[in-house]
Design a protein around this ligand. Structure first.
Ligand code: ZN
Ligand code: ZN
Ligand code: ZN
Ligand code: ZN
Length: 737
C-alpha cells in the first residue's frame, strides 16, 4: 500500500516536469516563449522561500484553479456576500405561543436562508433557547400541501417533539414514523405536514435498503420509504449525531432527497472543525463539500471511487488528484499549522463558512429577552465516617502503589485502562462501599446479564467492542475522550482506530469500538424488582405490559442490615431540608452510576419521598410517561437521572434544584445536566449542589475541573477536546495523597 502511494507521487512529479518542458520548448512565437519564461520565473520567485510541503500545496492550488476557474475567487465572493441578518418580524399567526424577540429574528433568518443558495443552514442557539419553537414556526409558515418535512431526532426526544409541535402549531398534521409497525404508516406519510423519526430508524432503513435484511437465511433488500420520498425539507435535531461522516447514520442522512436542509445543534460547532464537514456535506453546501479533480473539470459531491479502486469512475485520474475542497482549504491547514500562517487563513475561511450557514445566540447574550432566573452553584463538603475512611484509605493506598509503579516505569499511558479503572473504583467507593463489594460479575458469554466494563453497572445504551466486551455508550465515550496518549484524528473522533487509543478495560486488547452503532438488543431475565421500588401506580396503569425492571443492586444486598453512606445521607438531608422549607420544590438528582441510583432510590423511598426515575432501557412512550408524571404530579418531588440515560433534550423546567452526586473532571458534562432545567419556562432561581466527600478523589476532581474551566476560558482556539482529556500530570494529581 505504502509503496503504491510513493510510486504514484513519483509519477505525478514526473508528469509536472514534462508539462514544464512542453511549455518552454513548444513551437510558439518568440513573445509567447518569453511570457512563458517570465511566468516560470515568477513562480520560482513565489515558491523560493517555501518548504517542500508549502510548495506542493502551492502547485495543487494552481492546478485546482486552472481546472476549476470558479474556485479562484470563491472566498472573496463569499466574503462580499456577508451574512444574512434576521429581523424581528411579526408573530406568525398559526403559532399559539408568543415567540420571544430573538426567536422572531431566528425565524426571519431561517426563512431568508431558505431563499438563499444555501437553502437551509445550522441553527445553533445554546441549549434551552427554543430551537424547537423556531423550527416549528418555520414549518408552519412555509407549509406545502403534499410535501412533508422530515424531522430526525434522537429517540429520547421523539415524543417531546410531537408534543411541542402539537402545542405550538396545532394545525400541523404530524406522524411518528417509528416502531415495528411503521411500515403500515408508509402510505400516509405524504399526506402529513411533518414526519418525525429517529436516527436509529433512519440508519436501519438505509441499511436494509443497501445491504439487506436476513430472511429465512437469505439477504433481502428492502426499499426505504424515507429515502424514496422527495421531502420539502429535512431537519436533523441534535445534528452532532452525524459527526462521524463515515458512519452509517451520517451516510443515511446524506442520501435523503430534499429541497431544504437544516441542522439543529446546541454545541458550539466552530470548536469542532473536523466534525463540521459532516454537516456541510449533509447541507450539500457547494463547492465546499465537493471533491475536485486537479487535472480536469471533474467534480462531485460523492467520492467517485469504488472500494479498493484507484481511479476515478468519471475522469480516470487517480484518487490523489482529487481533493476535498473543505479538507484542503480548511481542515488540513488548521491541523498542520494551528492558528498561524496558512492555519490563520484557514480559520478566516472557516468563519466565512460559518457566517454563511450558521446562527448561534447564547443565553448570556439574550438574557434580557429570556428573563431567565440566576444560576447558583454550591458545593457541600462532608467527611467520611470512620468505617468508610478505613475502606477508602486502604483502597487508595493500593491504587496509589499501582500508579507509582506505572509512573516510575514511565508506562502510565500504556496502563491507561488500569488507571481509569482505579479512578472509577475510588469514585464508586466514595459514593458507597457496597458499589464495589456487591458489583456485578463481569458479563461472560453465558451470562444473561450485560455488565458495563467500566462502571460495572447494568449498561445504559449498551454497545460492544470488537473484542466483544460491553460498555455503556457514555462510559466508553468518556473513557476514549479522556485518553491523552495522542490526539485523536479529528475526522474519526467517534470511531476509534487502532492508533492512539487505549486498550479494552476487560481484556486489554486495543479497543476498537463503533460509538455510533445501534444499542445491543436487550432481553430481560431474572427476578423483577418489587413493585414498591418502582415508579408507582400511575405509570403501571399507563403501560402495564411493557414496564421494564432491572436487576437492582438492592436485590443482591441484605437490605435489613444495610448501612447507608455519607454521600447518600448528605443527599437525604438536603432533600429533607428542601421539603421542610417548601414542599413544592422539585429536584433532579444526577449520578453516573446506575447502581448508586438504585441505593439512593431505596433510601429515599424509606424517607417517604415519591421518586421518578429515568432509565436507559425505557421506550420513548415510557420515558414520556415518567417525565409527564414528574411534571404534573405534585407528590413526585425527586427525579433520579443517570447522566447516561438522561441523554439530550429533557425539558424538565418543573425542577429548580439540581444535585450532582459524583463530580466529573470535564465541567461541560455537569453544565449540561444543569441546562436541563436552566431553560425557557423556568421561573424559579436554580440552585445546584455538588455533593463532595473531603479528602477523597472527589475533592481533587473538583480542583481539576476548575483548572480545566479556567484554561478553557483563557484559550483562543477553544479546543473542547482538552476539557475531557486527562493528562499524565492530571493523573499524577489525582493519585497524590
Ligand atoms: Zn480528472
Ligand atoms: Zn474525477
Ligand atoms: Zn457504564
Ligand atoms: Zn475487550
Amino acid at each position: 500500500m505504502e509503496g503504491g502511494i510513493k510510486e504514484e507521487k513519483r509519477h505525478e512529479d514526473k508528469e509536472e516536469d514534462v508539462n514544464v518542458d512542453i511549455q518552454i520548448s513548444a513551437p510558439v512565437e518568440k513573445k509567447g516563449v518569453r511570457r512563458a519564461r517570465t511566468k516560470q520565473k515568477k513562480q520560482d520567485e513565489a515558491t523560493k522561500n517555501m518548504t517542500t510541503r508549502e510548495k506542493r500545496r502551492y502547485n495543487t492550488v494552481k492546478q485546482l484553479h486552472e481546472s476549476h476557474e470558479v474556485l479562484r475567487d470563491i472566498w472573496d465572493v463569499v466574503e462580499k456576500k456577508g451574512r444574512i441578518e434576521g429581523e424581528m418580524i411579526a408573530q406568525p399567526k398559526d403559532i399559539v405561543m408568543q415567540l420571544l424577540p430573538f426567536q422572531l429574528e431566528g425565524l426571519d433568518w431561517m426563512t431568508k436562508q431558505e431563499q438563499s443558495p444555501v437553502k437551509g443552514g445550522v441553527l445553533a442557539d445554546e441549549m434551552g433557547m427554543g430551537k424547537t419553537i423556531q423550527t416549528v414556526s418555520l414549518l408552519s409558515t412555509t407549509r406545502q400541501d403534499g410535501q412533508p418535512t422530515l424531522v430526525i431526532v434522537p429517540t429520547v426526544a421523539l415524543i417531546q417533539w410531537k408534543n411541542e409541535i402539537q402545542l405550538y402549531a396545532p394545525s400541523l398534521k404530524v406522524v411518528m414514523y417509528y416502531g415495528t409497525d411503521r411500515n403500515k404508516k408508509s402510505k400516509e406519510l405524504e399526506s402529513k405536514d411533518v414526519v418525525l423519526t429517529t436516527y436509529a430508524v433512519l440508519e436501519s432503513c438505509f441499511r436494509k435498503q443497501n445491504y439487506g435484511v436476513r430472511r429465512r437465511g437469505t439477504m433481502v433488500k428492502e426499499q426505504s420509504m424515507l429515502h424514496t420520498i422527495n421531502w420539502h425539507r429535512v431537519i436533523l435535531d441534535e445534528a452532532h449525531n452525524i459527526k462521524d461522516r463515515t458512519s452509517n447514520t451520517a451516510r443515511a442522512s446524506f442520501a435523503l432527497k430534499a429541497t431544504y436542509r437544516w441542522c439543529l445543534s446546541g454545541t458550539p460547532l466552530q470548536n469542532r472543525v473536523g466534525e463540521l464537514y459532516s454537516l456541510i456535506r449533509f447541507l450539500q453546501l457547494k463547492p465546499f463539500s465537493m471533491y475536485f479533480c486537479i487535472k480536469c473539470e471533474c467534480k462531485s459531491i460523492k467520492w467517485n471511487f469504488a472500494y479498493n479502486e484507484y481511479h476515478c469512475q468519471v475522469c480516470k485520474h487517480s484518487s490523489h488528484q482529487h481533493v476535498c475542497f473543505w479538507n484542503f482549504e480548511v481542515l488540513k491547514p488548521i491541523q498542520e499549522y494551528g492558528a498561524s500562517g496558512l492555519g490563520l487563513d484557514a480559520f478566516r475561511k472557516l468563519n466565512l463558512i460559518i457566517d454563511l450557514i450558521m446562527l448561534r445566540r447564547t443565553k448570556v447574550e439574550r438574557a434580557a429577552d429570556l428573563g431567565l432566573p440566576p444560576k447558583i452553584v454550591t458545593i457541600r463538603r462532608d467527611r467520611f465516617s470512620p468505617e468508610e475512611l478505613d475502606f477508602y484509605t486502604s483502597l487508595f493506598s493500593n491504587s496509589r502503589r499501582s500508579f507509582d509503579t506505572y509512573a516510575s516505569h514511565g508506562t502510565v499511558l500504556n496502563n491507561y485502562a488500569n488507571i481509569f479503572e482505579l479512578i472509577t473504583k475510588m469514585r464508586l467507593a466514595v459514593n458507597h462501599p457496597d458499589l464495589l463489594t456487591h458489583k456485578l460479575a463481569s458479563s461472560g458469554e453465558s451470562s444473561d446479564l450485560l455488565v458495563c466494563s467500566i462502571c460495572h453497572c447494568e449498561p445504559e445504551d449498551p454497545i460492544a467492542s470488537k473484542c466483544k466486551h460491553v460498555y455503556c455508550r457514555v462510559c466508553v465515550s468518556q473513557y476514549l475522550e479522556s485518553y491523552g496518549g495522542s490526539q485523536p484524528s479529528s475526522t474519526t473522533t467517534s470511531t476509534s482506530t487502532s492508533a492512539g487509543t487505549p486498550s479494552c478495560t476487560m481484556c486489554f486488547a486495543v479497543l476498537t469500538i463503533d460509538l455510533t452503532q445501534p444499542p445491543i438488543e436487550y432481553v430481560q431475565a431474572g427476578p423483577l424488582r418489587s413493585l414498591e421500588n418502582s415508579l408507582g401506580e400511575d405509570i403501571m396503569i399507563t403501560t402495564p405490559d411493557t414496564m421494564v425492571y432491572k436487576r437492582s443492586i438492592v436485590n443482591r444486598i441484605n437490605m435489613a442490615t444495610w448501612r447507608s453512606s455519607t454521600k447518600i445521607e448528605a443527599l437525604v438531608e438536603e432533600l429533607q431540608a428542601l421539603r421542610r422549607s417548601d414542599c413544592t420544590i422539585k429536584s433532579l438528582v444526577f449520578s453516573q452510576f446506575v447502581n448508586f441510583l438504585d441505593l439512593v432510590q431505596w433510601r429515599l423511598n424509606r424517607a417517604g419521598f415519591s421518586v421518578c426515575r429515568l432509565d436507559g432501557h425505557m421506550s420513548p412512550s415510557q420515558r414520556d410517561a415518567v417525565i409527564r408524571t414528574f411534571m404534573t404530579k405534585p407528590q413526585y418531588t425527586v427525579f433520579l437521572v443517570s447522566l447516561k440515560a438522561g441523554g439530550v433534550a429533557l425539558n424538565l423546567t418543573e425542577a429548580s434544584h439540581v444535585f450532582i452526586c459524583d463530580p466529573w473532571w470535564n465541567p461541560a458534562v455537569e453544565d449540561q445536566a444543569m441546562d436541563r432545567i436552566h431553560r425557557l419556562g423556568q421561573r424559579r432561581p436554580i440552585r445546584t449542589t455538588k455533593l463532595i466527600v473531603e479528602n477523597s478523589i472527589e475533592s481533587r476532581i473538583v480542583v481539576l475541573q476548575e483548572k480545566k474551566r479556567d484554561l478553557f476560558m483563557s484559550t483562543i482556539g477553544k479546543d473542547t477536546t482538552a476539557l475531557s482529556r486527562l493528562s499524565e500530570e492530571d493523573m499524577e494529581y489525582l493519585f497524590t495523597s
